[in-house]
Ligand binder design. Structure first.
Ligand code: SF4
Length: 241
């Protein structure tokens, strides 16, 4: 049984194709700019079986037939043992599977789950280790190793990068992201996501004095700025937003 937060049957957000998304519960990160703080706690328990997931996916198959069944938020790898049979079952029924993850864990179970995964959406929260720890309260070492691993396995993946004005949109950091990407053999795309402020009130429950209250939501111009910087190093066709 997977511990989940909710699911969305027709998601086109942050992704070019229609997908059905299951949002799992529990995250070891504490991103200052978390957009889903109510999914962090592992105390909340709402369970769903693989059979129920398959039934729900079948119900929506007309819409998602060219799309994907995605397991998201964060960290879906925390439930990797429960996720393996779900992914297997979906693949046996010819559905595309996708993991939207921070790559927080890289062990034999994760490697097994990746055998039944068609696409991965790994995040780079912050490329500089020290700043990553300050912003997410966790190290990015395994997350970067996770990307290196799926790259070595020639898996399909898009790297995701949240554009937070004044924090992650500067030339120095973006150049470092690109330097990391350059070490990969099978890089396909980087997917820029807009930071938004919709969850600020929920975040205030986590941080009494909310540290990013002075940061505005990202606009198209902010994304364009990051795209311009990245375009100095890579083909603009590899930048998605
Ligand atoms: S990875 Fe960060 S943004 Fe995503 S749910 Fe966890 S704390 Fe929130």
């Amino acid at each position: 049984m997977l511990n989940y937060h909710s699911y969305e049957t027709f998601s086109t957000q942050d992704w070019p194709w229609i997908r059905m998304v299951f949002f799992l519960q529990g995250c070891p990160f504490r991103c200052l700019y978390c957009q889903n703080p109510d999914t962090i706690s592992t105390d909340k328990n709402k369970h769903i079986s693989k059979e129920k997931i398959l039934k729900l996916v079948y119900k929506e198959r007309e819409y998602i037939k060219d799309g994907w069944v995605t397991f998201s938020w964060w960290e879906c790898l925390l439930q990797i043992k429960e996720l393996i049979p779900v992914l297997k079952l979906l693949k046996e029924n010819w559905f595309h599977t996708c993991l939207d993850t921070n790559g927080f864990i890289l062990n034999d179970d994760v490697k097994e789950a990746l055998k039944y995964t068609d696409h991965v959406l790994p995040d780079i929260k912050w490329i500089t280790p020290l700043l990553h720890e300050k912003v997410t309260w966790t190290s990015n070492m395994t997350s970067l190793d996770f990307i290196r691993y799926i790259d070595e396995q020639w898996m399909n993946y898009w790297i995701r990068y949240v554009v937070v004005p004044w924090l992650t949109d500067n030339e120095v950091d973006i150049k470092k992201v690109w330097e990391f990407i350059q070490t990969l053999k099978n890089f396909q795309k980087i997917n820029l996501l807009k930071y938004h402020t919709m969850a600020v009130s929920k975040r205030k429950e986590l941080w009494r004095e909310y540290p990013l209250k002075w940061i505005p939501a990202a606009w198209d111009e902010d994304i364009q700025k990051v795209k311009r910087i990245l375009s100095k190093y890579t083909n603009p066709d590899t930048i998605e937003w």
